[in-house]
Design a protein around this ligand. Structure first.
Ligand code: FES
Length: 113
């Protein structure tokens, strides 16, 4: 995925609950997009906040996600995605994947890579 150079971070690491998730808006090459940011300690991974099932956001309220064990669950129809790889392991789009977005963490700041 093409990203664009940004002059400010997406957020601070501490804005994302450890073991949890939040959503941020990001300026990607194909337009502004909502991203899901998932944090595990100092690691953060990002996916487009677009479900491969029906193209809806996965959060039930802005930045609020259903997380259970190692899965992220789409609030619309319940598809379950592996946190680590974004692959749908249960639900209506089994086998499809969330679209990953490259990030980097510098100190306490999370940036598009
Ligand atoms: S839109 Fe996500 S499971 Fe249907």
């Amino acid at each position: 995925m093409d990203t664009i150079t940004t002059v400010s971070p997406l957020c601070r690491l501490l804005d994302i609950p450890d073991g949890g998730a939040t959503a941020v808006d990001a300026p990607l090459a194909d337009g502004g997009q909502s991203l899901i940011l998932l944090r595990d300690g100092d690691e953060v991974r990002a996916y487009l906040n677009v479900c491969p099932h029906a193209g809806r956001r996965l959060d039930y309220a802005p930045g609020k996600f259903l997380l259970k064990d190692d899965t992220l669950i789409c609030a619309v129809h319940g598809a379950s995605f592996q946190r680590q790889a974004g692959v749908c392991v249960a639900g209506p789009c089994r086998g499809d994947s969330l679209r990953a977005v490259p990030l980097r963490v510098e100190g306490d700041q999370v940036w598009l890579a």
